[in-house]
Design a protein around this ligand. Structure first.
Ligand SMILES: [Zn+2]
Length: 200
C-alpha cells in the first residue's frame, strides 16, 4: 500500500457522516444529551487517531535525519514502546507493543527518536505486517545500520471484541535486516536481550 501521508483530514465531513451513522444508521435519538455532541467528539478523536495521514512521512524523515556519529558497534535495543493504531479492515483499535534493535554503522539515533517515529507511523490505518516493515525500512534507509530488527505484538480489538472474540489474543510480526538476518547468533542475541528484564 502506498503510504497516504499527505492527506487532509476534513473534520466537518467526518462529523456530518458520523451524525448520519448515529441517527440514520443506528436510529439513535440525537436530542439525547449524551449523543448531542458525539459527532463533534468523534471527528476530533479521528483527527488525532489518524493524524499520521497528514504529513507524517516528512516528519519521520526529519526525525531520522538527525542522527549522531558514534564508534559504538554493539546493539542498541529499545523495548516496551506502546503505541495505538487502527486496523484498516475494521477500523477498530490496535494496541502495539514494539521492540526494536539496531547495530550502528557510524551513526546512532537519539533514544527518544525511535519511539517518536513509531508513534507517528501508527497514526494511520495500516496492516500490522506493513507497519512492522515500514519501521525497519525507514531506519535502514536513513542511518544505514549494520542490521535492524523489529518485533511487534498487536492486540487487535477486531479479534478481541467482535468476530472470533479472542479477548486475549496477540499477533506477532517481525522484520529483520542486515546482520540480524545473515547471522543467526545476532538474532539469538537480540531475543536474549529482549527477554532480559533489568531490576529498575
Ligand atoms: Zn481488523
Amino acid at each position: 500500500m502506498e503510504n497516504p501521508s499527505n492527506n487532509k483530514i476534513d473534520k466537518e465531513i467526518i462529523e456530518k457522516s458520523f451524525r448520519d451513522i448515529m441517527e440514520k444508521g443506528l436510529g439513535l435519538d440525537m436530542n439525547d444529551e449524551n449523543f448531542k455532541d458525539s459527532p463533534k467528539r468523534f471527528a476530533k478523536s479521528y483527527s488525532e487517531i489518524f493524524s499520521g495521514l497528514m504529513d507524517s512521512e516528512r516528519e519521520v524523515h526529519e526525525i531520522l535525519d538527525k542522527s549522531f556519529p558514534t564508534k559504538y558497534n554493539g546493539m542498541v535495543l529499545e523495548k516496551g514502546i506502546t503505541v495505538f493504531s487502527m486496523c484498516p479492515h475494521h477500523f477498530l483499535p490496535i494496541r502495539y507493543e514494539v521492540s526494536i534493535a539496531y547495530i550502528p554503522n557510524g551513526r546512532a539515533l537519539g533514544l527518544s527518536k525511535l519511539a517518536r517515529i513509531i508513534k507517528l507511523m501508527a497514526k494511520m490505518p495500516c496492516l500490522q505486517e506493513d507497519f512492522t516493515e515500514r519501521i525497519v525500512n525507514e531506519i535502514e534507509d536513513h542511518i544505514k545500520p549494520l542490521g535492524v530488527i523489529c518485533v511487534v505484538n498487536g492486540a487487535h480489538y477486531c479479534m478481541r471484541m467482535r468476530g472470533i472474540e479472542q479477548k486475549d489474543s496477540w499477533t506477532t510480526t517481525s522484520s529483520v535486516r542486515g546482520v540480524f538476518k545473515t547471522k543467526d547468533e545476532m538474532e539469538l542475541k537480540y531475543y536474549n536481550l529482549l527477554n532480559n528484564k533489568p531490576e529498575l
